[in-house]
Design a protein around this ligand. Structure first.
Ligand code: PLP
Length: 398
């Protein structure tokens, strides 16, 4: 098939990489033991902290997000430790598996994949743990398989109310740089991030942001660790170096992406994602389709998972949309396979890209004969540009 124009990459990560970031990476590889490299790494290590809203160290691994999941586990826990995890969807399932592979005892709080981690469940489980045998509470902030966000401040408040000393470990792989997330203020101990979503950088880097308490837990944690060892990383990082060969050119990209986020301003970035999420949900409702997330206060601003009418296969619809409009949408993962499709509206994205994405979906719904109402795109445009509201698109937000 002959294609022209750009592909629409509207999966919920990896996301579209801005030309500025692509150009920044397109440089000769430099000596990773040179002063030039130390300057680059120091700028990036420093620049990441405000993105996590963290004052402590943020570590960068040359790895996908799964590596940073593992790093959070092996640096804080010991064999046989009890941890609490919440069944939010496919990614909580995978993270649980990593912990269990290391002999950690995971108490997995059941969920229906349509709601976030419930503060009341946390209260019940931690409240019953009088002897403080639960060593960590581990939560996926934005469950990329479902488009549901868990309310981290409320979970933290439960832990504080109960004076429970467990670590709070949070995965922000699909919310960092898209949705407001406050490592320090929410007293998170380890935040796990990745480069390929809101940060607009290709896959290949992942992060651990640390608290003082996490560093204290590191000292007594006994799981085997080598590549992921925080101390091995922290030492050379102090002077801008890595304990092994870093992903130099991805760091060039990350420096540029941080610069772009700062130019736009994080509050504006968050507001932009919120507007696009609202407009997407307006489209889904107008089509008469169902949003997978059941609780409006847990709607994700970085993606929307849409439930197919029964008897209609989401993967067939996605294929028709890809073949006809060169638009990639996210598939349903594990038990949601074929039942939902996911619209990524995060990263380097604007109103017209969203309008194009939703148009592709609306045309696809027609071609695939999926029962729906027309007018989803029109509803999204109304949401993005209400009549008479010039300058509204968050420009007033500083
Ligand atoms: C929320 C979340 N956690 C973890 C991962 C795993 O990251 P990776 O595939 O980069 O290893 C993903 C990947 O999409 C994710 O969305």
């Amino acid at each position: 098939m002959i294609r022209s124009g750009r592909h629409f990459l509207q999966i919920p990560g990896p996301t579209n990489v801005p030309d500025r970031v692509l150009r920044a990476m397109s440089q000769p590889v430099i000596d990773h033991r040179s002063p030039e490299f130390a300057k680059l790494a120091s700028e990036v290590l420093e620049g990441l902290r405000p993105i996590f809203q963290a004052s402590g160290p943020v570590l960068i691994y040359p790895a996908s997000g799964t590596g940073a999941w593992e790093a959070a586990i092996v640096n804080t826990l010991s064999p046989g430790d009890r941890v609490l995890m919440f069944e939010t969807g496919h990614f909580s399932q995978l993270w649980r598996q990593v912990a269990e592979n290391f002999g950690v005892k995971v108490e997995y709080v059941p969920g229906n994949w349509r709601r976030g981690a419930a503060p009341s469940d946390l209260e019940a489980r931690l409240g019953a743990d009088n002897h403080h045998t639960i060593k960590a509470v581990m939560v996926v902030h934005n469950e990329t398989s479902t488009g549901v966000t868990s309310r981290i401040p409320e979970l933290r408040a439960v832990m504080n109310r109960l004076r429970h000393p467990a670590l709070l470990i949070v995965d922000v792989i699909s919310s960092l740089g898209s949705m407001d997330y406050r490592h320090d203020e929410w007293e998170v101990d380890v935040t796990v991030g990745g480069s390929q979503k809101g940060l607009m950088v290709p896959p290949g880097l992942s992060f651990n942001a640390l608290s003082e308490k996490a560093l204290a837990a590191y000292k007594i944690a006994r799981l085997p660790r080598s590549y992921w060892d925080w101390q091995q990383m922290l030492e050379p990082n102090r002077t801008g170096f890595f304990p092994y060969t870093p992903a130099t050119n991805l760091l060039y990209g990350l420096r540029e992406a941080i610069q772009m986020l700062n130019e736009e301003g994080l509050p504006h970035v968050f507001r932009r994602h919120e507007r696009h999420a609202q407009a997407t949900r307006a489209a889904v409702r107008a089509w008469g389709l169902e949003i997978l997330c059941q609780d409006p206060q847990e709607y994700s601003n970085s993606l929307t998972a849409v439930v197919m009418p029964s008897g209609h296969d989401a993967d067939r619809l996605r294929k028709i949309i890809l073949d006809n409009f060169d638009l990639s949408l996210g598939s349903g993962l594990s038990k949601l396979a074929g039942k939902v499709f996911r619209i990524g509206h995060l990263g380097s994205f604007n109103d017209l890209m969203l309008a194009g994405t939703l148009s592709g979906i609306e045309m696809g719904l027609r071609l695939a004969d999926v029962p729906h109402e027309d007018g989803g795109v029109a509803a999204a445009l109304d949401s993005l540009a209400p009549a008479g509201k010039i300058g509204e698109p968050a420009r007033s937000l500083k």
